[in-house]
Each structure stands twice: as C-alpha cells, then as structure tokens.
Ligand binder design. Structure first.
Ligand code: MG
Length: 247
C-alpha cells in the first residue's frame, strides 16, 4: 500500500513538472527545420502556382497528351480549351503521376441532349483507373454514385453543386495513390478529396479499387505513377486549365 502511494506521488510530481516545463518553455514545441519550400501562388486559386505542371493551358499543350493507340492528340483543340471528339477514344497524359493535387475545369454542352448517364458524360481517371465522374447533373436524375462528383459506382458526392450546362465548372482534387507490397497485395488504399466549384464534395474517401462498370471494384497492383486519363463517353465535354502538383 505504501509503495503504491509513493508511485502515485512520483507520477503526479513528474506530470506536474512536465506541465510546468511546457508552460515555461514554449520553444520546446516549436519546429524550425525543415522549412517548407516557397511556392508562388497564382493570381487566383484557379491559376497554377509556381511548382505546378501545366497539362493544358493553351493550344501548344496538346503535346502533353496522347490519344487512343498512342496517336497524337485526337480531341478538338479550341481557343483555350479542348473538346471530346466522340468515339475518338480516351486521352491520357504522357507524364505519369502518383500522389498529386489536380486542378481541372470542365464544361458540359450548353445544348442539352440525352438524359441520365447519356448527358455530358466524361470522367477524370486518376492513374488511368480511379474515376471521378464528369456529368451534366443539373436537373438530371441518375444513380447517386454515378452523378457528377461521384467516385464512380463507389462514393456519391456530399452535395450536388453543379452549375447549369454550358457553364465552366472546376474540380480541385487531392489524390493519394494506393500502395502495394512486393507480392502485389494492397498495403494502403487510394484516397480522394474533391472540391467542386470551391465546395467540398468528397472528404478524404477511401477507394475500393479500380472503376468497375459491372461488379465490385477491386485493386490490382500497378506502378507507383500512372498517366492521368480523360474519358471519351461520346459526349462533347470540354476541358481547360488543367494543372497538377506532384506531392
Ligand atoms: Mg464517366
């Protein structure tokens, strides 16, 4: 009993001393090194900061993209943006990315044709396999985990913050790549945070695997970095101002 009392007294004294020390020495909790590197921001949050890789800003940037069967740029470059050429096939970047921050602006056709999944459908596939849906979801009913801002067939967006068709919208995406061990088993899943038009729609969600149109998504081991892919879903969706920061 006596020993227990002594031990209790020692713990209290020790905790008290630590608390006194942390109160009297604020520098004990200061971190001075390393120092984050300096990055110059853009004029607005939509402009690429100084350490971003610009994947599409103007006509010249078509060189950053590859079409179906390794053809050169197969979509239609226009004045500051480009548009899906239906049935030309998907487009992907020459460069590969893993963990990244991606800014991308998109526009579904002003003239509405089709409905549900047939209206302004495209998609942004991180690592060529994890799809953030692009769709005209302005007064357009479809399954919730397939509407704009969904991680397709996995996570519905927290809110529908779509602008009307024909208006430019943007996604700001924070993507964490999955990790695999040497045997090919999943060590940690992919994660995604997405803001659409400045509003949080996916909050660090855990992905279940590659996009699956039919059936349950699953992971398959792939490289640490893979190209970014834009989907040709046969609708004339346009894209502009695409930049990425490798993390
Ligand atoms: Mg799609």
């Amino acid at each position: 009993m006596k020993q227990t009392s002594i031990l209790f007294f020692c713990i209290c004294f020790s905790l008290g001393a630590q608390s006194q020390e942390s109160k009297s020495a604020p520098e004990l909790t200061e971190i001075w090194a390393p120092v984050p590197k300096t990055v110059a921001p853009g004029q607005s949050a939509a402009d690429p900061p100084s350490d971003a890789i610009v994947l599409y800003g103007n006509w010249a940037d078509t060189v950053n993209w590859v079409g179906k069967n390794d053809q050169a740029f197969t979509w239609k470059p226009e004045d500051g943006f480009f548009t899906v050429v239906p049935y030309a096939g998907d487009l992907h970047t020459k460069q590969a990315f893993g963990d990244c921050q991606l800014h991308i602006e998109w526009q579904t056709p002003a003239e509405v044709t089709g409905n549900g999944q047939g209206r302004g459908n495209s998609g942004i596939f991180l690592m060529g396999r994890y799809e953030l849906q692009v769709l005209d979801s302005y007064n357009n009913s479809t399954y919730s985990n397939g509407q704009a801002g969904s991680i397709y067939k996995q996570h519905m967006p927290l809110v529908n913050v779509c602008r009307p068709p024909g208006e430019w919208q943007c996604y700001d995406i924070i993507f964490t790549a999955p990790q695999f061990n040497a045997e090919g088993f999943l060590k940690s899943p992919a994660r995604m945070t997405v803001l659409q038009n400045g509003v949080l729609i996916q909050n660090n969600v855990e992905l279940w695997g590659s996009m699956q149109f039919i059936g349950v998504p699953k992971y398959e081991k792939h490289a640490d970095k893979e190209p970014l892919l834009l989907q040709d879903h046969h609708n004339t969706v346009s894209y502009r101002n695409i930049w990425v920061r490798a993390l």
